[in-house]
Design a protein around this ligand. Structure first.
Ligand SMILES: Nc1ncnc2c1ncn2[C@@H]1O[C@H](COP(=O)(O)OP(=O)(O)OP(=O)(O)O)[C@@H](O)[C@H]1O
Ligand SMILES: [Mg+2]
Length: 357
């Protein structure tokens, strides 16, 4: 390489978001160009078949098996970069929102938070990675600072979980500069409302994650173990077809119930009644109203779901469109809108990674 080459050598401009979901792996590769995030490639590969299961069903594979799938996916999607950010499943993390005494002095505040955080973590503090955020307050601040409290979001992830993810990345020959709890990636990709509370429903294969985001910060988070795979199972049982046939029926028929098949509405009503409970509880305690609902995750793609959800919540409901934050050829837009919800976490990770360069 000549001197000039190294002087003008292009820095690695492409980055990768890697979402390790319970039913599938998703990757999104972006490049920075003129301050914009250009979509270079994306791809998804179901984990089920790698663990003797079916497409669309949740799995619990070893790190080696996940690495193997990821290597296949990188090849299929023609991924050209190793610079990545990776998701941590919400189910493997612990989030608590707590009120702690306010200190003007930043160091004192930090000490208080880190000492108090221990009380909210049910495992020895040495076994987890701890992080926290101070939730911004709206409205005028009181001058008598010492009397106030601050709201702090405490986040913990078990070391074992991080070790497994690191092993997966090593096995796939990728470099990760951060591991992020999926909820934060999702918010970056799908929530645009800066102030008002928004309810986000991430309907995955194994579980549905319910978040309230206020001023861009997680004000509430909750997960239920009902997801889109339960619809597939219900259809399979009630109409006596294989899981893979039921998966296809689910995608064709959407929320609309066909008397011959099991009704997806039954599963969705369980998910939505829990979401409504969260919504009402949040509105009662915070005395604020939720301004809109965002549907995301593979289950969020379900046909006619947003119309059904609008009926349930009687507020604005929209389906997540994370790829709208990226530049892509116009002819691809309809496809990207269709599959967007499944890729929300991967897009969010890639966007954060892009901000690093
Ligand atoms: N068009 C569609 N209609 C209905 N369901 C769909 C559609 N596309 C995907 N799904 C379902 O979405 C689920 C996968 O969603 P997603 O990829 O968000 O899950 P995951 O991230 O692997 O799981 P989790 O978030 O629970 O770990 C599967 O059960 C799949 O059958
Ligand atoms: Mg997911």
């Amino acid at each position: 390489m000549s001197f000039l080459d190294s002087l003008f050598a292009k820095k690695e401009q492409s980055v990768l978001g890697v979402d390790i979901g319970s039913s599938s792996l998703k990757v999104v590769q972006l490049r920075k160009e003129g301050g914009k995030a250009v979509l270079e490639t994306y791809g998804e590969l179901a984990l089920g078949p790698y663990g003797g299961g079916e497409v669309g069903q949740a799995t619990s594979l070893s790190a080696e098996q996940i690495s193997e799938t990821l290597r296949d996916l990188l090849r299929e999607a023609k991924v050209t970069t190793k610079s990545s950010g990776v998701s941590i499943p919400f189910s493997r993390s612990l989030l608590s929102l707590v009120n702690l005494p306010y200190r003007k002095n930043k160091d004192e505040q930090k000490t208080i938070i880190e000492l108090e955080a221990r009380k909210y973590i049910p495992v020895p503090i040495g076994e987890v990675q701890l992080d926290w955020f101070i939730v911004p307050k709206i409205g005028p601040k009181e001058s008598d600072g010492e009397q106030q409290t601050v709201e702090v979001l405490i986040v913990a992830v078990h070391n074992d979980e991080l070790a497994t993810l690191q092993q997966v990345m090593k096995g796939a020959d990728l470099n990760a500069s951060f591991y992020e709890i999926e909820i934060f990636s999702t918010i970056r990709a799908v929530v645009d409302e800066p102030i008002k509370p928004v309810l986000v429903l991430d309907i995955g294969a194994a579980s549905t994650k319910i978040y309230v985001i206020e001023q861009g910060v997680v004000a509430f988070s909750h997960s239920i173990s009902t997801g889109s795979q339960d619809i597939t199972r219900a259809i399979s049982v009630s109409s006596g077809v294989s899981i893979s046939r039921a998966e296809a029926v689910k995608k064709e028929q959407g929320i609309g119930s066909d008397p011959e098949h099991g009704s997806p509405e039954l599963v969705f009503s369980r998910i939505f009644s829990e979401a409504r409970r969260v919504l009402m509880q949040y509105e009662t305690t915070s005395k604020k109203s939720i301004s809109s609902v965002v549907l995301t995750g593979g289950g969020g793609v379900t046909r006619s779901l947003s119309a059904y959800a609008r009926n349930v919540f009687s507020i604005d409901v929209h389906v997540a469109d994370p790829f709208s934050k990226t530049e892509a050829p116009a002819f691809m837009r309809p496809i990207l809108e269709d599959i967007g919800p499944e890729f929300a976490v991967a897009v969010g990770l890639a966007l954060r990674k892009l901000a690093e360069i």
